[in-house]
Structure formats: C-alpha cells, structure tokens
Ligand binder design. Structure first.
Ligand SMILES: Cc1ncc(COP(=O)(O)O)c(C=O)c1O
Length: 389
C-alpha cells in the first residue's frame, strides 16, 4: 500500500527511548531525560507579550507563504547585524522551524542521485531528508580527536562532479563541535572553483563557548550567491514548540522553497510570526544569558567526566550535547541502543545511542546538557554508578 519512499522511512531509536522515558515518568519513576535537544528555559516575557498582542489584534489570517513583510524585515535586520550582509525580501523565507527550511531546500535542489556531503556523525534528520528528496547523503569520516568536525581534507576526498551541496553545521548536533576559522578557510579553499552550494545550518550559532562561530559568509561575503543559511527560533529563544525557522539565500532558491511550502503548510503560524518579529528585533540579552548558562553546564559536566576519568568523551565547544564513548562498557553483543535502554530501565536516565547519528559514533551515547545543573549532576552520578557496577 505504501510507496517505496514511505517504506524506507525509519523511526529513529531516539523515539523509542523518549517514548519509554515518558512512560516511566508517567508511572511515577524519577526519570532524568537528557535525550532531547531543547533548551529548558522559558520564552522571554517580551516575546510572550508580543504573541498575546498578536492574538488580541486579530493577527489570525493567512499571510504570504514565506512570512509577513515585517518578519522578513526582522530577518533582513538580523542578517545585517550578524553577517553585515544586505538581503532583500526575495532572498528570505520563513516556515515551521529550521527543519522545514532544510526539507524545502533539499526538495527543490536535489535531482535523483545528487550528492550531499555531510559528516559522519550528523543530525539524523539530514540523511532521511536528503534520501526523501532523491539525493545521496555522503557522510565523510571525522574523528573524536577533532570533535567530529568536517575537515578540508575529508571534504577534498569526497568532493566530485555529482556533489550538489556541502552541508556545514557548526556548532553541531550531535557533536558539539565547532569548526575553527582556520579550518573553515581551508574548507572554502577546497570549494573554490567547485559548483557545490553551501548549506549552513546555523541553528546553534550563538551557542559557541570557546570562540565565536566562524561562518562562510563572514569569511567571504561574496559567497552570498552560493550559500543558503538556515536558522531557527527554536534554540536561540527556547521556542522549540512555536515552530519558526527562516532561510536566507539566492532568490531563485528561496522562491522555489516558498512554492514548495505553499503546497504543504502555507505560511508559518501568523501569531508566532509576530512573536518572532519581537524576538529578532528586541534586545538579545536572553540569548547571552542562555549561552552563559549552557557554558557553565558544559564546564560542570566536563569537570565531572574528567574526575571520573574512565569514560572517554569529547569536550563540546558548542551546542548542548556531549558524546561519550561507552564502547568498552558494552556487554558482549550489546549495542549502544541496548545500553541506553538498560540505563533508562535501571537508573531512569534517558540518553541517545550514538549509532543513530552515524557509524563513527557507534558505541557512543549522547547526553543533552539542556537541563539544569542539578539534573546533569545527578544524571552523571547515576551513569557512573551504572558503569562501575
Ligand atoms: C542541527 C539541527 N538543525 C536543525 C534542527 C531543527 O530545529 P527546528 O526545526 O526546531 O528549528 C535541529 C533540531 O534539533 C538540529 O539539531
């Protein structure tokens, strides 16, 4: 009954873990959920007030598919502020989250067999979206020593005439890796003269803790014509459930993405659009406060892992995830998913098996640090107890 594409859709193991975590929690068990990648902060008051005002002012009708002009203005101002670049309305589009922007992009860009270069490991939706759009995900190898970051060398190996897109996600999920300015420069040297588009997923752009995020558009503004940036309110303003993402790029691509979106969801929620205007145009102190809280949590978790000393891990430079290598703790025949299930059933701690992100993190687990310091501390205590048993 289902078509071939639908039959290939996979239900990631993360769903199994979070569904079981929710079940245990509902049954009254002391579950600590460190599986999800969403900030535990509340939405800043000014943004909530703007949403209320939008309701009161009957901002309740269809809007242009890619967003109200006032929202595009706010995105344009953001791109000017953060990248010193001038974008126009037809180079900006908005939709229901960064995920929809990425989906629209792959759908309008990829022909059957086109190659998209990304890293192994990578956020799991990329691979599925690329395949759904008919493309071929080419996941290049990375190493834990290099925070699983994309390198110029690995890119050079993989790049060929079929490469249509190179995806950069820095700070990245699931790795917390941040590509240095020097390496990004080398990556750009490799891409010089090649026709590939660059898709820059910047949803974690402000969550870089040791150095500011390096970006292709800041290194070479002339690349504006070959770069599509995807962004979102989800992480930056703790608005995961509100669903508002935006993309900036060449007008031809943006127009096609809007046409594609008009066939499915039409415009993003009108009320959320007005809240987004407030988020993007207002003071950004909530973002800075969140960043320093995440940095503190990162430092706390890293200190604790260093003291335990038995569990290899990668010190994240950004985003809010820590990858830990549990390979030597697996029982015979046990997978990282089995390990996560045992950890959840026996100690009520939910973490994500690394294998969902790629081969390189098979035998690893990912912990989210988007929870309070107390929760992170307790979750690590329970994990260490589990490992020491
Ligand atoms: C790397 C990355 N890109 C994009 C997204 C999409 O976020 P949203 O659709 O909530 O904007 C996520 C969410 O976890 C992510 O981790």
């Amino acid at each position: 009954m289902l078509n071939a594409s639908a039959q290939q859709l996979v239900s990631p193991a993360t769903f199994t873990i979070s569904a079981r975590a929710a079940e245990l929690k509902a049954a009254g068990y002391p579950v600590l959920n460190l599986s999800i990648g969403e900030p535990d902060f509340t939405v800043p008051d000014a943004i909530k007030i703007a949403a209320h005002a939008a309701i009161d002012e009957d901002c309740s009708f269809y809007t242009p598919t890619g967003g109200l002009p006032v929202l595009k203005d706010a995105c344009i101002a953001k791109m000017k502020r953060d990248y010193a670049l001038d974008y126009s309305y037809n180079e900006i589009t908005c939709g229901a989250g960064g995920k929809q922007m990425l989906f629209n992009f792959f759908e309008v860009i990829l022909e059957k067999g086109d190659q998209v270069i990304l890293t192994d490991p990578a956020w799991l939706s990329y691979v599925e979206q690329i395949k759904w759009a008919g493309g071929v995900p080419t996941c290049v190898p990375t190493t834990p020593e290099n925070n699983f970051n994309l390198t110029a060398e690995a890119l050079k190996e993989a790049l060929n005439a079929k490469t249509k897109v190179v995806l950069i996600n820095s700070p990245g999920n699931p790795t917390g890796g941040v590509i240095s300015e020097e390496e990004l420069g080398k990556i750009m040297d490799v891409l010089e003269g090649h026709h590939a588009l660059i898709l820059s997923d910047d949803v974690y752009e402000f969550f870089s803790y040791d150095a500011p995020q390096a970006h292709v558009l800041r290194l070479n503004p002339k690349w504006k014509e070959r770069v599509v940036t995807v962004n979102s309110l989800s992480k930056t303003y703790a608005m995961t459930g509100w669903r508002l993402g935006f993309a900036a790029g060449p007008s031809k691509i943006i127009a096609a993405m809007e046409k594609r979106q008009s066939l499915s969801t039409s415009n993003p929620c009108s009320i959320v659009q007005m809240a987004a205007v407030c988020a993007l145009n207002g003071p950004q102190d909530s973002v800075l406060a969140m960043r320093s809280a995440f940095k503190k949590r990162r430092d706390l978790a890293v200190d604790k892992l260093n003291k335990f000393a038995k569990l290899p891990f990668v010190r994240p430079q950004g985003a809010f995830y820590i990858l830990m290598d549990v390979g030597s703790f697996l029982k015979s025949g046990e997978s990282d998913l089995d390990f996560c299930e045992r950890l959840l059933e026996e100690h009520f701690v939910a973490m994500v098996p690394g294998s969902v992100f790629g081969m390189a993190t098979q035998g690893w687990i990912r912990m989210s640090i988007a929870s309070s310091e107390a929760v992170i501390d307790e979750a690590l205590d329970r994990l260490f107890k589990f490992l020491d048993f």
